[in-house]
Design a protein around this ligand. Sequence first.
Ligand SMILES: Cc1ncc(C[n+]2csc(CCOP(=O)(O)OP(=O)(O)O)c2C)c(N)n1
Ligand SMILES: [Mg+2]
Length: 346
Amino acid sequence: MKDDLKKLISPTDQPKSLMVDSFDGSFLKEVLNLMVSIRLTEERIAIGRRDGFVGGPVHLGAGQEAIAVGVSKHLNSGDAVFGAHRSHSHLLALNNNYHKLFAEVLGKETGFSRGMGGSMHLFDESSAFCGSTPIVAGTVPLAVGAGLAFRLNNKKNIAVSYLGDGAIEEGVVHESFNLAKVMNLPVLFVIENNLFSSHMHISLRQPSNKVSRFAEANDIPNLVIDGNDVVAVHNSSKELIKTIRDGSGPMLLECITYRHYGHVDWREDIDVGVERSEEDIKNWKARDPIILLSKTMINKKIIDENYLDIIKQKISKKIESAWERALNDKYPSNESTLNFVYSRKL
Ligand SMILES: Cc1ncc(C[n+]2csc(CCOP(=O)(O)OP(=O)(O)O)c2C)c(N)n1
Ligand SMILES: [Mg+2]
């Protein structure tokens, strides 16, 4: 396999300082708090799944939070965001209501999708989040459709499609790239290249580890960045989103990252194989997006050494009480299970 991403994916790279100088401290704290909150929410779900409270499989994105947090800062509720099977962070970055996510994975009527969807069918009408689905790449053409609707209605909104390095191997992604380009649609494709599709490393599936070469095939402008660097994600997506809103058609952002958990559920080592070694996991954890940002903030004297522990404790308490509340919420009634399938009865 061609190693086109050598610099970005070398897990032994020392954590570096992020380019935070143009941001004020309160903004950086807000970004750090949101990433920590998403991480702790997923850790709570992991434990809930391990202990038998969560009935369906959960795909956790711990380690990848910087991507959704960085992109979402430039979105508003009129936009349309589509995720896939690993989308907790995509939704929480827009609406950090972890109680509603807990209720959803527990199948309770107070959940984001009224308890009918679970971890992989998330929907939130109150934010830009239009939905996630377990069908890999299934939402990519939907995002292009949303972009088409915005254009036909002369709206300044954009659609965002989050997809993985595995999803890019689905034919419909290439049809979607092509249509988005030839119709000049306002769509940002955000690739979370975590180097794995389920249990298979990209080197076993592709001639190059650089996924954005498929954007080039469709003449779609693209950037490749360190997806664990929230400042890089923030700045690059800001630039691309502005250009898309100005009418320049689709753009693609490839974010190189790594997930801490295995493909599904709470274990780290369920898919440790030839490529995903414990050594790799350890090295990538040293490049944790939360650690990269908090270390930089400490060096710049924006926070002190204790700040991260203190916010973790504060957020954990709120998360525990939201989890308890969700556990005590009601399941949907039997009658309501027939609603919301083909039509919405409110
Ligand atoms: C159409 C389809 N094919 C196969 C699967 C099984 N499957 C579920 S997740 C996954 C891997 C997807 O990898 P990627 O897009 O890189 O996302 P990641 O899990 O790394 O976040 C596969 C093959 C599926 N759900 N849907
Ligand atoms: Mg992947």
